[in-house]
Design a protein around this ligand. Structure first.
Ligand code: HEM
Ligand code: HEM
Ligand SMILES: [Fe+2]
Length: 467
């Protein structure tokens, strides 16, 4: 590790992983509730579990991005972090606010939480992914401001690399687009229109810049390929991401009331969105092939390539499946959406955070060439279990989605099955989903085990070198 202040990334990563474990536990509970609706009754109803599952996801992604930035930016800027103290304070404020909000979701009914947190003064609650009480939202904004300030000041006084600038642009975009969560108009059309400014412009816009920058950083480290070469790729990837993603947002405007031209604009531009994801795959494999050094941290390279491939499958392929208006007319809001949501979120953003952890944790623990072979082997098993588990979940939900469309959407109104009757028909798919979810969970447990092994082996290495 080159700079002392990079160490601040560690608590961020550890906390992100704890929240990830929590997210998976609530995912399992919902997987069970899909088969037996009474599971968890009356303590954890489906709506609360769903909220906890998706909010934990968003919060752990943010912790992951912050940890990644605190590790990456000083090294790229070749200077210590502007204020390690501010980064520590931000950590505790965010961790506390996050835990309090999740406990709020679990301990009191949602309407009661809205009352306690005085939602009527400034109503922002009640929308998917943005369920947080207004006070938590304000807290998130403050955390983001202090974080972006800290990172921005570090870059300002240090070396301004392309990776740093792309990352910073992504982070500023993340903070700015979150502000739309405060706009909550009465008109459902306007509400949905701007809701997507957070949801879509995050994952199919500015987060792609963050993804590209993190991947480029790890790839430079593990391959030793020329920075200039990698930067060129990064420029083209982010240009394509923004060109396609900004107007591609129209694929969410098909049926919620905005003008009809979105039908073809959304279809056309979002059909281009897989391009930057495909380029990431070519980029990752090409630079690994052209590598100038054999880095000891093999598993970090695997994560980098895996991220590119899984993100392309989840966002590119599964996104494209239902992005054209004539297809989306039938698939909108079906299990196909959930299939895509899972593979895309996992493949792109969960995996890139784990990729950064895989590269940087050993460095922060003094092992510049990665963990011991044994720890890397276990981590490799966890990589495959998680990827296979998530692909299995995706295939099960895709089959469920297609069958759902066939039973509920394609037949004429009088003959179509109702929503709940269709869900009962889909039970076998949900059983398969739960099976793969268990494989995924085994992957998560194995992943955590690899850290324990790495620590134990590390001590041995240390005592060995002392003798
Ligand atoms: C143990 C594995 C998991 C299971 C069983 C599971 C199950 C579920 C279920 C049942 C829902 C609610 C779907 C609905 O409303 O009908 C859901 C939503 C969601 N989950 Fe998971 N989940 C798991 C892991 C994950 C992971 C690892 C991620 C991402 C990294 C993730 C991301 C999401 C997202 C983004 C949604 C919202 C999807 C949408 O709005 O369409 N889940 N999950
Ligand atoms: C890593 C990037 C991406 C992530 C994390 C992601 C995630 C999601 C999630 C969670 C949803 C469900 C939102 C809801 O609850 O309603 C969704 C919807 C959707 N996504 Fe993506 N997505 C990504 C990229 C893409 C791409 C590249 C495309 C197109 C090629 C795409 C096409 C769609 C479409 C058409 C919907 C709406 C589905 C419906 O009508 O029900 N996504 N995405
Ligand atoms: Fe989208």
């Amino acid at each position: 590790m080159k700079y002392e202040s990079q160490l601040i990334a560690k608590p961020y990563f550890i906390f992100a992983m704890i929240l990830f474990a929590g997210q998976v536990i609530f995912g399992l509970l919902m997987g069970l509730q899909y088969i037996n609706g009474d599971a968890g009754f009356p303590y954890i109803p489906f709506n609360a579990a769903r909220m906890v599952h998706t909010n934990l996801l968003i919060v752990w992604m943010l912790f992951g991005f912050m940890g990644a930035s605190y590790f990456l930016v000083p090294e790229e800027a070749e200077t210590e972090l502007y204020s390690p103290l501010l980064a520590k304070i931000t950590f505790w404020v965010f961790a506390f606010a996050g835990i309090a909000t999740i406990l709020g979701y679990l301990l009191v009914p949602y309407a009661e939480l809205a009352r306690i947190t005085q939602n009527e003064l400034f109503p922002t609650m009640g929308r998917e992914f943005l369920e947080q009480p207004t006070i938590t939202k304000i807290g998130i904004v403050l955390v983001c401001l202090s974080f972006v300030f800290n990172i921005g000041m570090t870059i300002l006084r240090g070396r301004k690399t392309v990776i740093n600038m792309v990352l910073l642009t992504g982070l500023v975009g993340l903070a700015v687009f979150y502000l739309f969560s405060f706009y909550n108009p009465d008109s459902l059309t306007l509400d949905k229109y701007f809701w997507w400014f957070v949801v879509h412009l995050w994952v199919e816009g500015v987060w792609e810049l963050i993804l590209g920058a993190l991947l480029a950083f790890v790839l430079i480290k593990v391959t030793g390929v020329d920075r200039e070469h990698i930067e060129k790729w990064l420029y083209v990837i982010i240009a394509m991401a923004l060109i396609s993603g900004l107007i591609g947002m129209g694929h969410h405007y098909f049926w919620v009331g905005p003008p009809r031209y979105w039908l073809w604009m959304g279809s056309l531009f979002s059909a281009l969105e897989p391009v930057p994801f495909f380029m990431m795959v070519v980029f990752a494999f090409k630079v690994v092939k052209e590598r100038r050094r054999d880095h000891g941290n093999k598993i970090a390279t695997t994560w980098a390539q895996g991220t590119a491939v899984m993100a392309f499958l989840g966002a590119g392929v599964w996104g494209f499946l239902h992005t054209l208006a004539p297809v989306n007319y039938y698939t909108h809001g079906s299990q196909l959406t959930a299939a895509h949501g899972h593979l895309a979120f996992f493949g792109a953003y969960a995996m890139v955070v784990m990729c950064m952890i895989s590269y940087s944790m050993p460095v922060m623990n003094g092992r510049l060439q990665g963990n011991s072979a044994r720890a890397q082997k276990v981590e490799r098993i966890s990589f495959w279990l998680m990827c296979i588990g998530m692909l299995g979940i995706t295939f099960a939900l895709t089959a469920a989605g297609i069958w759902q469309v066939a039973l509920q959407r394609l037949p004429e109104a009088g003959e179509a099955l109702g929503f709940m009757a269709t869900q009962t028909e889909l039970t076998p798919f949900y059983v398969v989903r739960l099976g793969f979810a268990l494989i995924f969970t085994a992957g998560v447990v194995t992943y955590f085990t690899s850290f324990v092994i790495a620590n134990n082996d590390g001590k041995k290495q240390l005592s060995g070198s002392l003798i």
